[in-house]
Write a protein that binds this ligand. Structure first.
Ligand code: SF4
Length: 431
């Protein structure tokens, strides 16, 4: 914990980053720059990176006057904090009129003190499955070679190898080819939502690009079963997860997924079968629970129907449907999580807090995965037409209040394996 405020960072526009010791660093909530309590700064975790923000000037507190002013020395700097950590404040800056929209990453506040970089964040998850130090490229390459040789006709294994593991460097796909933990199973080329910050499809007219391309084919149940059964049988803490960043909405493929689950469970009872989804089709979710689905993760930017609808722009479904999907999983004693996109100033607003409490109660939710929202903050608020985010408490305070009121509710960042669903707080740091 720091005992003094750290200093602001700026870049020279050439990728070189410097500290400005005339300004203390601050954070941002919604549209407002705010001081960050010293005890909320942690060292930038391993695997994190720093971004220079073109066309943006950082905001800081003048160490002499105590007033807020711009850093005129260069572009603003933000941090991309690694998975398993939740950012408490966005980077604070003033955007110039001709500034380009920022790509789909998170922009957490960043600072510097005594030769170290700091970010306002908390480690929300003990699971180490996406620790950068844990990935071994040589093992991934060997795994890719083995699986491609083992499943020469399987289009999904080819997609996971050539696109996901070797091109997008997807941590889930790399874990699959290292023979461990959560294996991704994308299945849907289409989606029934139109999220502003969709990571697999961005409309032509947008200046930013999606971080990965959407799947171009519909896998068969046979293709899915062929490589997932051996993974469930052999991997430590095995999970297979439908619904990945490189596809549309998996519930649009529910018949194929149902057929796959039934076939998988004929061969093995091991591990957990999960679906990451927008939760739009509760009737399909019920069919999958009957077939043997174990857990669901429903993504949302908000527990408020109006804020959700403005972002997801759903086709033929409503916010109430995603709530019902969570209830269905609870009725079948499954594990239900929300993939909650954390945006300081929105997520910790009083209105959102009240709606979140209601959502937790009415769905008997098991877990919140507090995910950093990978989106340009100005672009998001602008597209949503939000000029004032209302009264906010701070993400740190929100975490405390929810933890206090719902002690059985689990906090994390990743889908738990079945072993952890049974005993969540067991020591999973040494897998
Ligand atoms: S639900 Fe997923 S795939 Fe569909 S638009 Fe939203 S982010 Fe994209």
């Amino acid at each position: 914990m720091l005992d003094t405020s750290p200093y602001i960072l700026y870049s020279d526009g050439d990728g070189n980053i410097f500290e400005d010791t005339t300004l203390y660093a601050v954070g941002r909530m919604g549209w407002d720059a705010v001081p960050v309590p010293e005890d909320e700064w942690i060292e930038l975790p391993e695997g994190g990176s720093l971004y220079e923000l073109p066309g943006r000037k950082g905001i800081g507190i003048d160490i002499e006057t105590g007033g807020m002013r711009l850093c005129e020395k260069g572009w603003a700097v933000a941090a991309f904090i690694p998975p398993a950590h939740t950012g408490l404040y966005i980077a604070a800056y003033e955007t110039q009129a001709d500034a380009p929209t920022l790509p789909l990453f998170c922009y957490t506040a960043a600072s510097w003190l005594n030769d170290k970089f700091y970010v306002p964040a908390v480690r929300i998850e003990q699971d180490i499955r996406q620790e950068s130090a844990g990935f071994d490229d040589a093992k991934v390459q060997i795994g890719v070679k083995d699986m491609l040789a083992h499943y020469p006709q399987n289009r999904l294994v080819q997609h996971l190898a050539n696109n996901c593991a070797l091109t997008y460097h997807c941590p889930a796909a790399r874990n699959y080819f290292m023979g461990r933990w959560e294996c991704p199973v994308p299945s849907s080329p289409a989606c029934n939502a139109n999220c502003i910050g969709c990571i697999s499809f961005q409309p032509e007219e947008e200046t930013i690009v999606s971080t990965q391309d959407r799947l171009q084919f519909k896998p068969t149940a046979e293709e899915i079963v062929e490589f997932t059964v051996p993974h469930l049988e052999t991997a430590p803490y095995p999970i297979i997860s439908f619904g990945q960043g490189c596809e549309g909405e998996p519930l649009l493929m529910w018949e194929t997924i149902k057929k796959s689950i039934i076939e998988i469970r004929k061969h093995t009872s091991k591990g957990s079968i999960n679906i990451n989804t927008n939760g739009s089709k509760p009737a399909a979710v019920e069919e999958l629970m009957k077939a043997g689905l174990n857990s669901i993760r429903v993504s949302t930017n908000s527990a408020r129907a109006d804020i959700y609808t403005k972002y997801y722009q759903p086709n033929n479904y409503r916010f109430e449907d995603i709530v019902e999907s969570l209830r269905v999983v609870d009725r079948y004693n499954g594990w239900s999580s929300i993939n909650y996109f954390v945006f300081p100033g929105m997520t910790d607003s009083i209105a959102e807090y009240e709606a979140l409490r209601e959502l937790i109660k009415t769905t008997n939710l098991k877990m919140i995965q507090w995910r950093n929202f990978n989106i340009d903050p100005d672009w998001y608020l602008g597209k949503m037409g939000i000029t004032d985010t209302g009264e906010c408490m701070g993400v740190g305070q929100l975490l405390e209040l929810i933890r206090e009121e719902f002690p059985a509710l689990k906090f994390g960042y990743f889908n738990p394996p079945s072993e952890r669903m049974k005993n969540f707080d067991a020591d999973f740091a040494h897998w």
